[in-house]
Write a protein that binds this ligand. Structure first.
Ligand SMILES: C[S@@+](CC[C@H](N)C(=O)[O-])C[C@H]1O[C@@H](n2cnc3c(N)ncnc32)[C@H](O)[C@@H]1O
Length: 196
């Protein structure tokens, strides 16, 4: 696996510090409940969700990132539960989360399955999966993910089990002013709802 502690350690802040636009748009339309931010990174999405009234768990394998996220939450005067671990390995309650958000996660079809996300969503809850539309050209030769198939929004949509409906699956432009991902201009966004 990519060494995320090493990657985070290369700069004082890797991401913009702002919540992802797709999360703000989509979660902003939902009634707050219990949310899981998978791959919560430096915490901007989890902190924004808490500020909107959600109770939030941030799952993240990098302790460097969790340290930054916890410091940012403290500065914002809010509490988020940070879980140090990886999707599919960390113990998380099944079918409990009203929102499961997975933004720009390095999940691949050879190592993960859609059920590792969908199984966490409570009946009536939503799953948001966002990734870069230009992933294939991004994971060029020499990139650690080269040759692996991304378990991105489209693949998760293809693997939704019975009981889920697609609310939207679409391409969207995004604008990120700074941070390591700022050169990516287009997203693919999946919002699915667990109807039963
Ligand atoms: C590209 S960053 C995105 C961070 C954050 N979601 C955001 O949008 O700013 C991917 C994050 O996923 C985390 N990650 C990598 N593999 C993971 C896994 N299997 N389960 C959970 N998180 C993972 C990384 O440590 C990193 O913080």
């Amino acid at each position: 696996m990519h060494d995320w502690d090493e990657a985070y350690g290369e700069s004082e802040a890797m991401w913009s510090g702002n919540p992802n636009a797709a999360l703000v748009t989509e979660a902003g339309r939902l009634s707050p409940g219990l949310a899981l931010d998978v791959g919560s990174g430096e915490g901007a999405d989890a902190i924004w969700l808490e500020q909107q009234g959600w109770e939030v768990v941030g799952l993240e394998p990098s302790s460097v990132a969790i340290g930054r996220a916890a410091a940012a939450a403290k500065r914002a005067g809010i509490e988020v539960e940070w879980v140090h671990g990886e999707l599919g390995r960390a113990f998380l309650p099944h079918a409990e989360y009203d929102l499961v958000s997975a933004c720009y996660l390095p999940l691949f079809t050879d190592s993960h399955e859609p059920s590792q996300l969908t199984g966490l969503v409570a009946p009536g809850g939503h799953l948001l999966v966002v990734h870069h539309a230009d992933w294939d050209s991004h994971a060029h030769e020499g990139h650690p993910a080269h040759g692996r198939e991304l378990l991105g929004p489209g693949k998760v949509a293809d693997g939704l089990p019975d009981g889920f409906e697609i609310v939207l699956l679409e391409a969207r432009e995004r604008e990120v002013a700074h941070g390591a991902g700022a050169h990516h201009r287009d997203d693919i966004v999946l919002l699915a709802r667990r109807v039963r």
